[in-house]
Design a protein around this ligand. Structure first.
Ligand code: FES
Length: 79
């Protein structure tokens, strides 16, 4: 299914990019911008972002690395 019609990016492209990034660096934070960059493309209208992020969230490799979870809550407790 095409997710981004401006750049012809499919849900399979998104999953492949996420899986590749996670295999390359298990602690990386994966963002839509990094996926566009990995695919050699840039977003144009941004109209696909809701579906783009939903496609990302359906990938089990998207998880935030364990050591980076809860950092915001920890920072608030330091005050
Ligand atoms: S549809 Fe994805 S940037 Fe336009």
């Amino acid at each position: 299914m095409i997710v981004c019609s401006c750049q012809t990016i499919s849900d399979k492209d998104i999953h492949a990019a996420i899986n590749w990034m996670r295999a390359s660096d298990e602690s990386t934070i994966i963002t839509p911008g990094k996926i566009y960059h990995a695919l050699g493309k840039t977003p144009e209208c941004g109209g696909c972002m809701k579906l783009f992020v939903a496609s990302m969230r359906s990938n089990s490799n998207l998880e935030v690395p364990f050591e980076l979870r809860g950092l915001k809550a920890k920072q608030q407790n330091w005050r």
